[in-house]
Ligand binder design. Structure first.
Ligand SMILES: Nc1nc2c(ncn2[C@@H]2O[C@H](COP(=O)(O)OP(=O)(O)OP(=O)(O)O)[C@@H](O)[C@H]2O)c(=O)[nH]1
Length: 195
């Protein structure tokens, strides 16, 4: 039977941050650790896809990309290859404040053979997203041929959008990407005010 495995992508270039962004600290804690501490409470295997061995400090399995430097779509290929027939949920290390309840609601709405992603202000967000195992050969074909735009890949394949229940309170910071040192400073200010 197909199950779900969660993979945090942390294998990008971090050119805007200037150093490996998942490991950059926000008020003393590596960005990715916020995500691990919340999402790690869900009953699914949790793994990191990264090339920096420093990610081993979090006591999770760290996997290197099957084909390096292919961006998030390459990360998806790595996740699907490792999941060996299971569906995968992809998270991004630069979205550290995603809440367990929000991700759980998205996972609950996922459907067999469909990609389930969010839509915010007319933009499709590839993370958090659930990607079915049936996509593996299509993903491989895209990666091998350097068709690396994950957004376009999603548009081409059967997909649905996660609908937030009106009872669910989405915190304004949950879907925020932290890409630059300025973003780190703003997130730290937000955390100090709200926690
Ligand atoms: N495993 C893996 N993850 C990646 C790869 N490229 C990007 N990611 C991850 O995908 C998410 C979104 O990445 P981006 O912010 O678009 O790219 P980035 O290279 O990390 O950062 P910039 O160089 O500043 O654009 C982040 O969690 C990255 O760590 C890759 O080649 N492999």
């Amino acid at each position: 039977m197909k199950e779900l495995e969660i993979y945090i992508l942390a294998g990008g270039k971090s050119s805007r941050m200037g150093s490996d962004k998942g490991l950059v600290k926000i008020t003393g804690k590596p960005m990715i650790q916020y995500l691990i501490e919340s999402i790690g409470t869900l009953p699914y295997p949790l793994r990191i896809i990264a090339h920096d061995p420093a990610y081993r400090q979090f006591d999770l399995k760290v996997i290197e990309d099957t084909i390096p430097e292919k961006g998030p779509l390459g990360g998806l290929l790595t996740a699907l290859t490792n999941a060996k027939g299971n569906n995968v949920c992809l998270l991004s290390c630069d979205m550290p404040f995603l809440k367990t309840e929000t991700l759980n609601a998205l996972i609950t709405q996922s459907r067999e053979n469909y990609i389930t992603v969010s839509r915010l202000k007319d933009r499709t967000l590839p993370f958090p997203g659930v990607y079915p195992e049936s996509l593996i050969s299509a993903v491989e074909e895209h990666v091998v041929n350097d068709k690396l735009k994950l957004q376009s890949f999603i548009q081409e394949k059967p997909h649905q959008f996660f609908a937030l229940d009106e009872r669910h309170k989405l915190s304004p910071i949950e879907f925020i990407n932290i890409n630059t040192p300025t973003d780190i400073a703003q997130a730290a200010t937000w955390l100090k005010k709200n926690h």
